[in-house]
Design a protein around this ligand. Structure first.
Ligand code: ADP
Ligand code: UVW
Ligand code: MG
Length: 406
């Protein structure tokens, strides 16, 4: 079975085309600057790379060109579009309704539209991608894989905010959690690597990308996670503040004469390490390089970033009353030995964690980075959300399911 995985953002589309009999990536790419000048697709097959530069007015336009590349003789994966068996879509918000991946039909589309009010930045482009594929590949089944689904079994004590209950009833204001596909993949993989029974394990997964979140995965389910009602809560991120006192919002609105939307933009786009370094950079590579050169502002930003992560790990050890393993993943988690080492050594020694410096000194490789006598194992597990989406899509189609339960 061949599955196309599509991840639509507001102005970009990441895609991978996989042969799911072998789980081999046939080709993949990124369409950028959709709907604005300078639209382009960077497409890769093995070592070959092609860049297509032409105007793409919307997601449908961009996906039309993506499909042309997929059937391209040289850099494609198949000869004909009829050889694409299914499409798997990343959908950020599945609300309270979807606790697993689903086959998309009219009813699912209506629910996704409905949840757009909960994720106005993410769900509308996801929906555009689905509609475009339905039009461009008629008759080919589409599957939605939700960021929120893996967290849907969190207990109420973890997901309810202590605000008037009527707002939960009226608007479904609660913690949902995101990056679920990554936390699910990484926690499962961690159990496999360590030979743990996934359904009897306590694993903390630390996803540190542009967006960042930590999850407490107990007995195969996420029981708590740091992102909440939106992907703004929790850790300090590239441009997002993570946890703050909510009264800062009203204070800024009053003092600076800002609208609610303006404050929201500040907290999402101008905060995090970008804000802490006075606009220097949102990229952790820049922050880390400068911090290691001795720049005090970047050093402090990195300290704050790591401190918040360590506090969440500590909280989740308490939430699960113990921990077997901690797994780092995504851009920073996979590639930054310094961040991993500083978090573990400066804050987590009490857990009996001992990092092996030589094993830790690696980028993007799946491995255990603690010494054999470390009480809690720490690992690097490169995430693979696309593979997870393709696996769910295959399972739903092959078994004729409407919804997959994790
Ligand atoms: N070698 C590295 N050291 C530190 N940070 C890195 C390194 N490589 C990538 N990163 C960081 O990873 C982040 C992007 O992570 P990624 O998982 O690709 O994000 P997303 O999928 O959310 O776009 C950036 O902050 C980038 O600086
Ligand atoms: C949901 C979310 O935060 O995603 P990202 O990390 O890709 O921004
Ligand atoms: Mg990511």
């Amino acid at each position: 079975m061949r599955v196309l995985v599509v991840n639509c953002g507001s102005s970009s589309i990441k895609y991978q085309f996989l042969d799911m009999d072998t789980e081999q990536v046939l080709c993949k790419g990124l369409a950028e600057r959709i709907g604005i000048p300078g639209s382009r697709i960077v497409h890769k097959k093995d070592e070959q790379k092609v860049v297509v530069e032409k105007p793409m007015k919307d997601h449908e336009d961009a996906l039309k060109y993506v499909l042309e590349l997929i059937v391209d003789e040289k850099v494609g994966g198949v000869k004909d579009l009829s050889e694409i068996d299914a499409v798997g879509h990343r959908v950020v918000h599945g609300g309270e309704k979807f606790s697993g991946s689903v086959l998309i039909d009219d009813e699912v589309m209506r629910a996704l539209e409905e949840y757009s009010y909960l994720a106005p930045l993410h769900n509308p482009p996801n929906i555009m991608g689905i509609r475009a594929m339905m039009k461009l590949l008629p008759g080919v089944p589409n599957v939605a894989v939700f960021d929120t689904a893996f967290h849907s079994k969190m207990p109420a004590k973890a997901y309810l905010y202590a605000i008037p209950y009527e707002y939960y009833k009226k608007y479904k204001i609660r913690r949902y959690g995101f990056h679920g596909t990554s936390h699910r993949y990484v926690s499962k993989r961690t159990a496999e690597i360590l030979g743990l029974d996934y359904h009897k394990s306590k694993i903390i997964t630390v996803h540190l990308g542009n967006g960042a979140s930590v999850a407490a995965v107990m007995n195969g389910h996420s029981i708590d996670t740091s992102m909440g009602f939106t992907p703004l809560e929790g850790l300090v991120m590239g441009t997002r503040s993570g946890d703050i006192d909510p009264s800062i919002v009203t204070f800024l609105m009053e003092k600076e004469g800002l609208t609610a939307e303006e404050v929201y933009t500040i907290l999402n786009k101008k905060s995090g390490v970008l804000g802490l370094t006075d606009g220097f950079s949102s990229d952790m590579r820049d922050i880390e390089d400068k911090a290691l050169e001795g720049d005090p502002v970047c050093r402090l930003a990195l300290d704050i970033y790591e401190y918040r992560i360590a506090k969440y790990i500590g909280a989740y050890v308490a939430a699960m009353n113990g921990v077997d393993a901690i797994a780092f993943t995504a851009g920073v988690g996979e590639n930054s030995p310094v961040t991993r080492k500083e978090i573990c050594e400066n804050y987590l020694g009490y857990l009996g964690i001992k990092i092996d410096d030589e094993k830790n000194n690696v980028k993007g490789e799946e491995r255990i980075i603690t010494t054999p006598d470390s009480k809690v194992k720490v690992l690097i597990v490169p995430t693979n959300e696309e593979l997870m989406i393709a696996r769910d899509t295959k399972e739903i189609i092959e078994k004729g399911l409407r919804q997959l339960e994790y």
